[in-house]
Design a binder for this molecule. Structure first.
Ligand code: XIL
Length: 315
């Protein structure tokens, strides 16, 4: 096959990428590669709350709509990212400005407005992003403090009302293998399903780092979510390394990418595998992790690295 997209065809697993909207507009080679290599796209930033409602009550869907239009033109589906999070919220959204009752209404209105806007055009939503700490306790956020732990179930119910066909996901990092955090997700998912809350999927971001190693209980972890009857998805895969990159590291990186893809292909209900940027030309990693980079399957010249060929051959 000539592309990841062609290789993935017929496997039941979609191959996706996060999309940087500035690059999509300005860089023709980038744009061509998104269309050629992927059959699913996620907005890297433009569907986050700060982007869609920069001032209270003034919605700006323009950039997100451009991505949805691009996807439609290229026969791609769209993963929606993200409705409820503690990061990249608008500046006006602070705890001291509102009462808990007001925050509840603000959250409900936000979820309704956004899911309705994209109804029928976004097939999966990351409804709640990064709700747990690594030790399995709920993360201390504006939402937990104001609304209590029930905010998670409420968010899923509101999203489901707004688009009953969309698949609704929990999503987090450091939850690839079996550990305290994924145990917490397993327990929560089981509990929510027992209560009839519309949770349909478990999202594994998959931000790996070579220096910490590749988690080795990914398949049993994914399989236990299979058994709960929910979908799974790898939603933000990248494999960073301490710079400079070398031959050994980029080979090891290829293994990191493929081990997650293998788990997805071996699972029963793993429906997509998305990389968080496909080229080192625009990756978020060097900006956030000091001294690290080279985290994606294409280099800065948009040339494929060993990870690219390994992914293509794994499908
Ligand atoms: C990152 C983007 O890639 C950056 O451009 C932005 O500055 C910060 O957010 N987990 C997530 C993503 O769920 O939304 C984050 O994306 C990366 C970590």
């Amino acid at each position: 096959p000539a592309s990841l997209r062609a290789a993935a065809r017929g496997t039941g697993v979609r191959i996706g990428t996060a999309v940087d909207m500035t690059a999509l507009a300005d860089d023709a080679a980038y744009r061509a590669a998104v269309a050629r290599e992927f059959d699913s796209v996620t907005a890297e930033n433009v569907m986050k709350w700060e982007a869609v409602e920069p001032e209270r009550g003034r919605y700006d869907w323009a950039a997100a709509d451009r991505l949805v239009d691009f996807a439609r033109a290229n026969g791609q589906v769209v993963r929606g990212h993200t409705l409820v999070w503690h990061n990249q919220n608008p500046a006006w959204l602070t705890e001291d400005a509102f009462t808990p009752a007001e925050l509840r209404k603000i959250l409900r209105d936000h979820i309704r407005a956004q899911v309705r806007h994209f109804k029928g055009r976004v097939y999966q939503w990351d409804v709640v992003n990064e709700a747990f700490n690594d030790d399995g306790t709920l993360r201390d956020t504006i939402w937990l403090r104001a609304l209590g732990p029930g905010y998670i179930a409420d968010a899923f119910r509101w999203a489901h009302e707004a688009d009953p066909k969309a698949k609704l996901y929990l999503n987090d990092y450091n939850n690839e293998g079996i550990n305290a955090k994924s145990d917490a997700y397993y327990a929560l998912t089981k509990q929510l399903r027992a209560q009839g809350v519309p949770v349909h999927g478990y999202g594994i971001q998959g931000h790996l780092a070579l220096q910490y190693g590749i988690p080795d209980t990914v398949l049993p972890n994914v399989r236990r979510f299979d058994a709960l009857g929910v979908q799974t998805a790898f939603t933000e895969v990248d494999v960073r390394m301490q710079l400079p990159a070398d031959q050994i590291k980029v080979q090891a990186q290829a293994q990191g990418f493929t081990s997650l893809l293998q788990a997805c292909l071996l699972a029963r209900h793993c429906v997509s595998y998305t990389v968080w940027g496909f080229t080192d030309r625009y990756s978020w990693v060097p900006d956030v992790f000091e001294g690290e980079g080279s985290a994606t399957p294409f280099d800065e010249q948009l040339q494929p690295k060993p990870a690219y060929h390994a992914l293509r051959n794994t499908f």
